[in-house]
Design a protein around this ligand. Structure first.
Ligand SMILES: Nc1ncnc2c1ncn2[C@@H]1O[C@H](COP(=O)(O)OP(=O)(O)O)[C@@H](O)[C@H]1O
Ligand SMILES: [Mg+2]
Length: 203
């Protein structure tokens, strides 16, 4: 039953809208998206400033990105979902497994030293690793909303740590990006995401 995989709109969204229930009681879609944009811009400044040699790109860091960016607006900022969710034909990680799957992803990332050693390695190797973990987090889709933006922020900080600029997604269309995400979620295939990241990685 398809609806089983959808989060009930009453739980997160204002009835029949794409506006999440929020602490400021905003019900206008344009207004809320504008505000989200400002918060994410602010977050880039904050986390850029905080980035240092000791930064660990672990699960706590990832969750904190979401919590600190959106806690003024959303009660579920930094809190994993437990409901099942889907977009289009893609079913993300089942709600009941989000916590345990996340642990697995971040344990693997720890074994890769949180991708902190790629400044002097070939860019291709870095892009491959980034794409692999990015696909894992896309398929996890751990939060109710803002997964795309927080996941990009997370990998942008890793890129920056390794002497690159923020990953540039401006040369591809939104459809190309979503198609690559679909391949991640439905086929565990990160090849197209890897191409996108390789193109977008610049020193
Ligand atoms: N049909 C789909 N199949 C698989 N993944 C998708 C699909 N549509 C969107 N996504 C992924 O979900 C993300 C959007 O999730 P969402 O929580 O709404 O975050 P945001 O609002 O920041 O974009 C996209 O960036 C993409 O990675
Ligand atoms: Mg969204």
């Amino acid at each position: 039953m398809a609806s089983k995989y959808k989060v009930q709109s009453s739980d997160v969204y204002i009835n029949d809208t794409d506006v999440p229930i929020n602490k400021l009681n905003i019900d206008d879609s344009v207004e809320i998206h504008e505000l989200e944009k400002e918060l994410i811009t602010e977050a880039y400044k904050i986390f850029y400033d905080e980035l240092n040699e000791n930064t660990l790109f672990n699960e706590t860091y990832f969750i904190e990105l979401h919590r600190r960016t959106f806690e003024a607006l959303y009660a579920w900022a930094g809190i994993y979902r437990d409901l099942n969710m889907a977009k289009g034909e893609s079913r993300f990680c089942q709600g009941m497994y989000v916590q345990s799957e996340s642990k697995k992803i971040f344990e693997a990332l720890k074994k890769d030293n949180y991708l902190k050693d790629y400044e002097n390695k070939p860019k291709e190797e870095f892009a491959k690793k980034l794409a692999y973990y990015k696909c894992e987090l896309i398929a996890l889709h751990p939060f109710y909303e803002l997964n795309g933006r927080i996941t990009r922020l997370f990998f942008d900080m890793i890129a920056l740590f390794n002497g690159y600029k923020y990953i540039d997604y401006s040369t591809i269309t939104p459809k190309e990006y979503i198609d690559a995400a679909i391949e991640c979620v439905q086929f565990a295939d990160s090849d197209n995401m890897e191409k996108i990241i390789l193109d977008g990685l610049k020193k």
